[in-house]
Ligand binder design. Structure first.
Ligand SMILES: C[S@@+](CC[C@H](N)C(=O)[O-])C[C@H]1O[C@@H](n2cnc3c(N)ncnc32)[C@H](O)[C@@H]1O
Length: 349
């Protein structure tokens, strides 16, 4: 149980290695990180037993930028048949679990394995219930089994309140056919990621106003309008006509970096493809000057040193706002719908 397993977007294993090594060093938990490029996962091997749990307790999963999911545990080899008996024997040494997730890696092999997992889950759940290893209880750790193949599984544990919201950290969001672009799912995922569901009525309410910078054709505006907000959509490009028919959108053909709202708004969202430092500065200005209360902004990633660069930008935003005496919460995540980018969320406190 001395290993922490992290799921990630394939190609970002190095970022997760850098990120977890950074946190572990800061928290004085000895160990080393490893991940194979394209494998879709990274491991952090702790020096001492019990350290993986210590690290998970000291860290908030939501503070990790590039990890989609995590669990502490170890790899277990399974036989070709009667895998359940082997798993049950192994689990005797683990605490009783409160829920069960079967997960695969976000690779082609993983996709093929998901059919096996679907078939395996029912009988396994039944056996775990019968043996008393699984009792429905959200306070108990969740058993997260990550299958690398039918013969190799990572038997992991995570606290349901301090791990991904969805198996593998992949949200099951349906693309709304009326939305003008697929980007719409990015903003919807950001809300799930950054705003607790019970706070949606208050923080995403119909009386609110929003500015969408780089709005065309309107996928993000569509999400705001769906929640009945009044939106100023800033973009030189054309907005989707049916979205404009809602009567809730004012389209301004202007430069998003120059635009200033006449009155403060509740939300600013920005999906302009620009140098990340420029978008980060824009975010700091909007929150710092009180032009908006909350913001979601995309930051494109550089080719190299992606983790270091994001950290540098976040630190610069935090310092800038501190210097202005503005208290904020800052969160940043590479969402499932993000590719070479991360999504930042800031909220004035
Ligand atoms: C990735 S697209 C936005 C997609 C949009 N979020 C959606 O969901 O449909 C980026 C947009 O930013 C706009 N853009 C680029 N530079 C801009 C600027 N300086 N000011 C305003 N818009 C800009 C582009 O015209 C483009 O429509």
């Amino acid at each position: 149980m001395n290993t922490l397993l992290f799921h990630c977007r394939p190609g970002f294993e190095g970022e997760v290695c850098a990120e977890i090594s950074d946190h572990a060093a800061r928290l004085e938990v000895p160990g080393y990180a490893k991940g194979k490029a394209g494998g879709g996962f990274t491991e952090f091997i702790c020096q001492d037993n019990g350290d993986s749990e210590r690290l998970m307790r000291k860290l908030r999963f939501s503070d990790l930028i590039f990890a989609r999911q995590w669990a502490r545990g170890s790899w277990l080899q399974l036989p070709e048949s009667d895998r359940i008996s082997v798993l049950l024997d192994y689990l005797i040494a683990c605490p009783v679990c409160g829920s069960l997730w079967l997960e695969v890696l976000d690779t082609n092999d993983g996709k093929e394995l998901s059919t096996f997992c679907k078939r395996f889950e029912g009988p396994l759940r039944k056996a775990l219930n019968k043996s008393g290893r699984l009792v429905e209880d959200a306070r108990k750790p969740r058993l997260q089994l990550t299958f690398k193949s039918g013969r190799e599984v990572f038997v992991g544990l995570a606290e349901a309140g301090n791990a991904a919201l969805w198996p593998m950290g992949i949200p099951r969001l349906k693309f709304p056919r009326e939305a003008p672009s697929r980007s719409t799912l990015k903003l919807e995922e950001a809300w799930h990621q950054f705003i607790p569901r019970e706070q949606w009525p208050e923080r995403l309410s119909s009386e609110m106003t929003a500015v969408d910078l780089g709005a065309a054709p309107g996928g993000w505006t569509w999400q705001l309008v769906k929640r009945q907000m009044s939106v100023i959509a800033v973009d030189n490009g054309p907005m989707d006509e049916s979205l404009m028919d809602s009567g809730l959108v004012e389209h301004l053909q202007a430069d998003g970096f120059q635009f200033k709202p006449r009155h403060p708004v509740d939300w600013m969202v920005c999906d302009i493809v620009e140098k990340p430092a420029r978008n980060a500065a824009l975010l700091e200005t909007w929150i710092g000057e009180g032009r908006c209360r909350e913001a979601v902004v995309n930051l494109k990633l550089p080719m190299k040193q992606r983790y270091v660069e994001v950290q540098r930008l976040l630190a610069r935003i935090a310092e800038g706002l501190k210097a202005r005496g503005v208290k904020v919460s800052i969160a940043c995540k590479q969402l499932y719908h993000d590719r070479e980018e991360v999504t930042c969320h800031l909220r004035r406190l």
